[in-house]
Design a protein around this ligand. Structure first.
Ligand SMILES: Nc1ncnc2c1ncn2[C@@H]1O[C@H](COP(=O)(O)OP(=O)(O)O)[C@@H](O)[C@H]1O
Ligand SMILES: [Mg+2]
Length: 284
C-alpha cells in the first residue's frame, strides 16, 4: 500500500501540489487526469523522489519513502519503475541492452558493470520482449523503432526491474491511436497478470475510463475528484477541467487551457525534464 500524507510541492511562488492525502492499495490501476499544469507530473515524480516534496510524507509498506537516502533511495527507484512520454531509451543501444539496463542498479561495482549482463538477465529480457510481442526487435538499435515499439521497450525495461509499482507519465501522449491502445493494453496485462500496481497520468478521459479502476482528477494542484470511472459524471469532468462547455472525451487534451483541442496527442509541459530523468539514474 502506498500512502501519501499531506504531500506538498512548491516551486518558488508556485504551489504545484497543495497538501494532498492519497492511499493506493496494492494492485490498483489508477489514472490521474487534469489540465496541463494541474500538478500530475509533480505528484507522480514525488512518489519516486525525482522531485523532492516540500512537505508531507510518503510511505510504501513499512518503507518511509520520504526519509530514505543513498542506496535505499536507489532501491526504491528501482522498485517503482517510471515510464515517460518520450520513452527515454538509449537510442544508440540495441533493444535488448536497453531492457537489461533496467537491472543496472543491482550492479554496484565497476567490475560487475564491465562484465555487464549475465545469461539469466539476457534470457529474462528476451522473455519479457516476447511477452510484449516485440522480441523480433531485440538486436535493433532502439532509435530505429516506431514510437509505439519504443514505448513497449520502455515497458519491458520497467518490467525487467521487477517493480512493485509502475508510474507512467502520459505514456501514450506521443503515440498514434493504434499504438496508444497497444501500450495501454500492455499496461493492463501487466496489472492483470502480474498484479503490479499502476499509476498513470493520462490526457484523454476515454482512455482513463476504459483502463482505470480508479480515477484521480487534479485541478490547480489539488485533488478535486477521486473515484470510479462510473462516478466521474460530466459535472465532475467540468470541475476538473474548469470549463462550462461540454467536453469530447476522446480529445481531452492537457492543452485544453490553450484551446488546442485539435492536437490530442501533444503536450507542451514536462517534455524536456522527462527526457533527462532516466539517464542520470543509471549513471549515478
Ligand atoms: N521544475 C519546475 N520549476 C518550476 N515550476 C515547475 C516545475 N515543474 C513544474 N512546475 C510548475 O508546477 C505546476 C504543475 O506542473 P506539472 O506537475 O508539470 O503539471 P502537469 O503534469 O499536470 O501538466 C505548473 O504550474 C508548472 O509550471
Ligand atoms: Mg505532466
Amino acid at each position: 500500500m502506498l500512502q501519501l500524507q499531506r504531500i506538498t510541492k512548491t516551486f518558488g511562488e508556485v504551489t504545484a501540489v497543495h497538501p494532498a492525502d492519497l492511499t493506493i492499495e496494492a494492485g490498483q490501476f489508477v489514472g490521474v487526469i487534469g489540465r496541463s499544469g494541474a500538478g500530475k507530473s509533480t505528484l507522480l515524480r514525488m512518489i519516486n523522489r525525482l522531485v523532492e516534496p516540500s512537505a508531507g510524507t510518503i510511505q510504501f509498506g513499512d518503507r518511509q519513502v520520504t526519509a530514505i537516502k543513498g542506496k535505499a533511495l536507489h532501491q526504491w527507484r528501482s522498485d517503482c519503475a517510471m515510464i515517460f512520454q518520450q520513452f527515454n531509451l538509449v537510442g544508440r543501444l540495441d533493444v535488448l541492452t536497453n531492457v537489461m539496463l533496467g537491472r543496472l542498479h543491482r550492479m554496484s561495482t565497476l567490475p560487475s558493470m564491465l562484465r555487464l549482463f549475465n545469461d539469466e538477465d539476457r534470457i529474462d529480457a528476451i522473455r519479457t520482449l516476447e511477452w510484449l510481442g516485440i522480441v523480433e526487435t531485440a538486436k535493433q538499435q532502439a532509435d530505429t523503432l516506431s514510437g509505439g515499439q519504443q514505448q513497449r521497450v520502455a515497458i519491458a525495461r520497467a518490467l525487467h526491474q521487477e517493480p512493485d509499482l509502475i508510474l507512467a507519465d502520459e505514456p501514450i501522449a506521443s503515440l498514434d491511436p493504434l499504438n496508444a491502445q497497444k501500450v495501454m493494453d500492455a499496461l493492463a496485462d501487466i496489472h492483470r497478470e502480474r498484479n503490479i500496481t499502476v499509476v498513470t497520468n493520462l490526457h484523454t478521459l476515454d482512455t482513463a475510463r476504459k483502463y482505470c479502476q480508479r480515477i484521480i482528477g487534479m485541478r490547480d494542484g489539488e485533488i478535486v475528484f477521486d473515484g470510479s470511472p462510473e462516478a466521474l459524471t460530466s459535472t465532475q469532468v467540468k470541475l476538473i477541467y474548469g470549463t462550462d462547455t461540454e467536453i469530447d472525451e476522446a480529445t481531452t487534451s492537457t492543452d485544453l487551457n490553450h484551446h488546442d483541442l485539435g492536437h490530442p496527442f501533444r503536450e507542451k509541459a514536462g517534455m524536456d525534464t522527462d527526457r533527462a530523468s532516466f539517464i542520470p539514474q543509471i549513471a549515478s
